[in-house]
Design a protein around this ligand. Structure first.
Ligand code: AMP
Ligand code: MG
Length: 454
């Protein structure tokens, strides 16, 4: 292991200045470490420095900025930007990987609008647990390096302890970043952003059409993974969709317990726009907004450009479907493809819905060869126990009631509940005896509500 040190090389800050504002984190009075991700720090080769994680110190070669972006929020276009986050720089790992190091909850920026720029301990620890669980489940995601309590109070519906999350991402380029360039910048700004993003995330794409195609492919793969695992993002606004294809912005997200395609947890999602069953459709909608920003780059002839964009966006549905079907086959242990696979899967899901089955545990039980009586007649193609199922069906997910327990304890100063939860979530496919007690679903999961992490 090399001596851990920051190794900043800031490329985003070289973009035209409409894309960001130089802004230091606002110092805090009494930083206290809540949790630090040692394995992640080791793999990135970054040091533990409380004052940096608190936003009180700027390491050499860091170049703190707030990023500008826009976004469609529940369908409505708005100018946004990092209102409570600062990108302190891009760190290059020993293997040459470039990652954004971002402090979330680090004080006001020019994009804060009416907000205080701060975040509360509960939501930041929640993002830490969720993102690390997603990573362990094998789903592309931003990571969490640390949570630091600020020692300051943030006023929400009640007074809460303030905290800062250090987020590590392949980048924070969002669909909303492109919308920002297309709406508030010049044609050249869009081109510059596209070239930058292609070089950073899609080096193999040779044309803008290929770039669009690859972005769509990654989203189709990502959203299929969410559906297969029962993850509900909760606020799939275009500003919360990363062009790199990582899950980003863990606000009101939650895992579904009882299988019901209509499940919505977010208290602000009144009409169920981002319900479980709508996620693929909403992703396609976001990708159409993304494609619109690229129109001038796709072809000089506007109609031709629209046609190209439409063809690519229309592919999403099939790409998604193929990913999802392949994933479902793997979950069921169907190693041979058959023409009635989809029917078999739909039948299963219908039985699950009718019987209020727990989504994760149904597949977990299949993996363990514990056949549910409801599923007895369902199909003889499924051998009782199939060894290939295990890597596709987690024994454990971060269940809402367990996260809540961990967060309440943490707010009282007891981190052990969160640490134990994080420990069992590290190897979700291990099927260890200690994971057993965490697999019990809550008594009434449908009543669970999540709130935006503001
Ligand atoms: P989110 O719903 O977390 O994706 O945030 C939507 C927008 O609101 C982003 O531009 C955030 O930076 C901004 N925002 C959220 N919370 C705050 C806050 N407490 N202070 C300032 N801006 C915020
Ligand atoms: Mg956001």
């Amino acid at each position: 292991m090399q001596n851990p040190k920051w190794n900043f090389d800031n490329s985003y800050a070289k973009l035209p200045n409409i894309f960001f504002t130089e802004q230091n984190p606002i110092p805090i009075s009494a930083p206290k470490l809540i949790i630090f991700n040692h394995p992640l720090a080791e793999s990135l080769n970054v040091p533990y420095e409380l004052q940096t994680l608190a936003g009180n110190a700027t390491p050499p070669n860091a170049q703190p900025i707030a990023q500008a972006y826009a976004g469609h929020q529940f369908g409505h276009f708005t100018k946004l930007g990092d209102g409570r986050a600062i990108l302190i720089g891009e760190h290059i790992t020993p293997t040459g990987k470039r990652v954004d190091i971002q402090l979330k909850g680090s004080g006001k920026t020019p994009y804060s609008r009416g907000g205080d720029g701060r975040a509360a301990l509960g939501p930041m620890l929640r993002e830490y647990i969720m993102s690390e669980a997603m990573y362990a489940l094998g789903i592309p995601t931003t990571r969490s390096l640390a949570v630091v309590a600020t020692g300051e109070i943030v006023q929400r519906e009640r007074k809460l302890q303030g905290a800062i999350l250090t987020r590590v991402a392949n980048s924070h380029i969002r669909v909303g970043t492109f919308e920002y360039a297309a709406n508030y910048g010049t044609a050249n700004d869009v081109r510059t952003l596209a070239n930058y993003t292609m070089a950073r995330h899609f080096p193999k794409a040779e044309t803008y059409v290929e770039f669009l195609r690859e972005v769509i492919k990654r989203q189709a793969s990502l959203i299929a993974k969410w559906q297969l695992i029962g993850f509900i993002h909760g606020v799939m606004n275009t500003d919360n969709m990363a062009v790199s294809g990582e899950t980003i912005d863990y606000g009101p997200c939650a895992f579904m317990d009882t299988y019901n395609p209509d499940t919505v947890f977010s208290s602000i999602d009144e009409y169920g726009r981002y319900a479980y069953k709508n996620q693929p459709q909403m992703a396609a909608w976001n990708l159409a907004r993304f494609a619109e920003t690229l129109l001038p780059l796709l072809h000089d002839n506007k109609n031709k450009a629209i046609e190209l964009a439409q063809t690519e966006v229309a592919n999403f549905t099939n790409l998604y479907k193929n990913n999802w079907l392949a994933g479902m086959r793997a979950k069921l242990g169907l190693t041979q493809e058959a023409h009635d696979d989809e029917r078999l899967i739909t039948d299963l899901l219908q039985i699950m819905q009718r019987t209020n089955a727990d989504y994760t545990n149904t597949f977990r039980n299949l993996t363990l060869g514990r056949t549910d009586t409801n599923l007895h007649q369902w199909n003889e193609r499924l051998q009782a126990k199939h060894p290939t199922r295990r890597p596709h069906n987690p024994a454990i997910i971060p269940r809402n009631h367990q996260i809540e327990k961990a967060l309440s304890a943490a707010e009282q100063g007891d981190l052990t509940v969160a640490e134990n939860l994080l420990h069992v979530l590290k190897k979700p496919y291990a099927y260890t005896p200690e994971q057993e007690e965490y697999s019990t679903p809550p008594i009434n999961s449908c009543a669970y509500k999540t709130f935006c992490g503001t």
